[in-house]
Ligand binder design. Structure first.
Ligand code: NAD
Length: 493
């Protein structure tokens, strides 16, 4: 029920309203409408049309919310979403097809298949840093799997949130796909309801609230979280290329406000100065002498995050370690790319996820010690990166570092590979999506076995005898010798 709040003359979205929304979607879902291939195709095509016809408005909303450069908005929000829609349109038929499964002698003669069925009515709760991509990419997966959907975009990117709500209502089937805007009260009202799946993107503290609410209804969750993603830099590399790729994944991704942005660097004491010089040179080339004047850097999302990042920079044992950058403009919520050398590992900046334009460099005597440092930090990050030409080091990296995803000799680009699952492990989340993994995340894999009436084995029926037991055990273990022995024993008995 939408109640009028007289003071603000604004509709309040409470638990009753949430219940009504879920009921409406469930009523639509049970008609079987969303299950049809045609409905899924129509919605995905409508989403493509929506993105095609509204690119300037989307770019403008992202500029309002984050001063996000048009280049990044076009590529990392709009183009990536279009790619997801196109891939789903191309592959969905194939994804939807039942998958043949092997059967065994035990049920001979029989055939089996795995049927993907939609879970039902699902909830997507999204974050502010890539408001379009993180809201609509899971929706693409949920549509292609045939679900009805409620999307709750982040209130921290208000222009994007209201544009998403308007566009989804204008272009998609509102009897099956709805956007609910709002903050904690609205999300809490939604979380009280029974969903068939929840995909949440955001921080670990709220993820715990989401998971606790989901547990009440035994609702499965995908949690897309973050963490401190390390970059190990060896010395035998193409330094210029490595530096540029780190910059692209850090400041070129929403000014470091991205879940897979490099959080800190580990390199050797001997190599650190060279690396810092290279950063200075390339950063100036990319963003000019005064990066606060650059149009190619997003601003910090709001004053709370500006203050949080300022606190990390201003900690006494950290502020003296700045070797590049450090400029800030509180009024415009801008912080320049800032590099720190050798901050203490017990400083705040090394304890929490930075999620902004600050990049500490930690030094070790030997590059192999980087692995211990990553392990001693405890958590499993969402991403980990290594720059090296050393085969042994690459192998050790892949074998020993546990993270949502690893990239060797680049940063952040694994996100664009739709054949790789995107998701975290441990503190960085659970479950994954992207490409077919999105379809799977919103599908139930139903096991189906087909039998006829022939070959009815009397063995499984009472009266139970030792002979029947021996033969069934042999059949279940699949041992031909055992079966022959059991049969011989049977006939000789
Ligand atoms: P946020 O503040 O936008 O919150 C995310 C969502 O949680 C929002 O929709 C918000 O309304 C909701 N929410 C907030 N408090 C709530 C509460 N008490 N109860 C219910 N819902 C609540 O985003 P954030 O958490 O600041 O996002 C940053 C974090 O997200 C970082 O840790 C980052 O690494 C992670 N992240 C992960 C991914 C990924 O794909 N793995 C992507 C982006 C961000």
């Amino acid at each position: 029920m939408l109640m009028e709040n007289k003071a603000e003359n604004k509709a309040v979205f409470d638990a009753e309203s949430a219940k009504e929304v879920v009921k409406e979607l469930r009523d639509s879902f049970v008609t079987g409408k969303t299950k049809s291939h045609r409905w899924r195709v129509t919605q995905l095509k409508a989403m493509l049309k929506m993105l095609d016809e509204n690119e300037p408005q989307i770019v403008a909303a992202l500029r309002d919310d984050l001063s996000k450069p048009e280049f990044e908005s076009s590529l990392y929000e709009i183009q990536m979403l279009k790619n997801s829609c196109r891939l789903a349109l191309k592959e969905m038929n194939h994804w939807m097809m039942p998958e043949k499964a092997k059967t065994s002698l035990t049920t001979f003669p029989s055939s089996a298949e795995i049927v993907s069925e939609p879970l039902g009515v699902v909830l997507v709760i999204s974050a502010w840093n890539y408001p379009f991509l993180l809201s609509l990419d899971p929706v693409v997966g949920a549509i292609s799997a045939g679900n009805a959907i409620v999307l709750k975009p982040s209130e921290m990117a208000p222009a994007s949130s209201s544009l998403i709500a308007k566009l989804v209502a204008d272009y998609l089937d509102s009897s099956c796909i709805k956007v609910v805007e709002g903050a904690v009260p609205e999300t809490s009202a939604l979380l009280e309801q029974k969903w068939d799946k929840i995909l949440y993107t955001g921080n670990g503290r709220v993820a715990r609230i989401v998971m606790a609410a989901a547990a009440k209804h035994l609702t499965p969750v995908v949690l897309e979280l973050g963490g401190k993603s390390p970059v190990i830099v060896d010395s035998n590399i193409n330094l210029k290329v490595a530096t540029r790729r780190i910059i692209a994944g850090k400041w070129g991704c929403n000014n470091g406000q991205a879940c897979i942005s490099p959080d800190y660097i580990i390199t050797t004491k001997d190599y650190a100065t060279k690396l810092v010089d290279s950063f200075k040179c390339e950063l100036e080339r990319f963003y000019g002498k005064d990066p606060l004047e650059s149009k190619d850097l997003s601003r910090i999302v709001n004053s709370n995050h500006f203050d949080r990042l300022s606190k990390l920079m201003d900690e006494e044992k950290v502020s003296s370690k700045i070797v590049h950058g450090g400029q800030r403009n509180e009024k415009n919520l801008q912080i320049a790319p800032t590099i720190f050398l050798d901050v203490p590992v017990n400083s705040l900046i090394m304890k929490e996820e930075i999620f902004g334009p600050l990049l500490p460099i930690i030094t070790v005597d030997k590059v192999e010690q980087s692995f211990d440092l990553i392990h001693s930090s405890g958590g499993k990050p969402l991403a980990a990166y290594l720059f090296t030409n050393n085969k042994k080091l690459k192998r050790k990296f892949v074998e020993t570092v546990s993270a949502g995803g690893l990239v060797v000799n680049d940063t952040a680009v694994h996100l664009a590979i739709h054949s790789l699952p995107f998701g975290g492990v441990g503190e960085s989340g659970m479950g994954s999506y992207h490409g077919k993994f999105s379809f799977d995340a919103f599908s139930h894999k139903k096991a189906v076995l087909y039998r006829g009436f022939a070959g009815d084995a009397f063995l499984r029926y009472p009266p139970y005898t030792p002979g029947k037991l021996t033969l069934l055990q042999a059949l279940l273990s699949g041992s031909i010798v055992g079966i022959i022995r059991a049969l011989l024993g049977w006939f000789w008995a």
